[in-house]
Design a binder for this molecule. Structure first.
Ligand code: DQA
Length: 187
């Protein structure tokens, strides 16, 4: 049966999980986190895809392409959460239910992290639950969307975002093909 399609979109600095302060983020790498989310998504009947970028414009463009290609979004924009009006505007265009997730409890950290410019556009915000927060987000979406799925494949005239990880960085910025694929050994 066709499954609901969810895109899990990570923003700035989330590719550095495993190196970031473990008191807030634990030791899990982005790759391991995505693996866990993918397994939870399977269990809950979602087809999942993943995207990470450190470039705000690439994040915005990913949201531009989301309409019609995914049924739901899970977003952790990192620090952009707190000030990117551009990401907010793009999320409005996406037109699908979105859940905002933060690994850390942003309400208990610095003042500037307490503000989210996207939360009122989201059907829920989950913070401070570590990786399990993504499972909560999937469950929340499952509850809202029921089981009415769409085709797993993108319509022929509208190609899926080329492997979601492979959105091209600006030509002037040399980046490894897949920065999030670099696992950081946990100490
Ligand atoms: C974060 C919280 C943000 O304040 C921070 O800038 C991040 C990660 C989280 O997952 O807890 O990069 O979104």
């Amino acid at each position: 049966m066709a499954r609901l399609r969810v895109a899990v979109v990570h923003g700035v600095n989330l590719d550095q999980l495993g190196r970031r302060d473990p008191r807030h983020y634990g030791r899990v790498t982005l790759r391991e986190l995505e693996r866990r989310i993918q397994a939870w998504a399977e269990e809950l009947g979602f087809a999942s895809r993943f995207f990470h970028t450190n470039h705000e414009g690439a994040f915005v463009e990913y949201l531009h392409r989301a309409e019609g290609l995914v049924d739901a979004l899970i977003l952790n924009p990192g620090a952009w959460t707190h000030y990117s009006w551009a990401i907010r505007d793009a999320l409005e265009l996406a037109g699908v239910p979105a859940v905002e997730v933060h690994l850390s409890d942003v309400s208990q950290r610095e003042e500037w992290r307490r503000r989210s410019v996207i939360s009122d556009l989201c059907v829920g915000t989950i913070a401070g639950r570590g990786p399990d927060g993504y499972r909560d987000a999937l469950e929340l979406l499952r509850g809202r969307l029921g089981s009415a799925g769409h085709a797993d494949v993108a319509p022929a005239d509208q190609p899926a975002p080329a492997d979601d990880r492979s959105v091209q960085p600006p030509p002037s910025v040399p980046l490894p093909d897949d920065p999030s694929a670099t696992d950081v050994p946990s100490s």
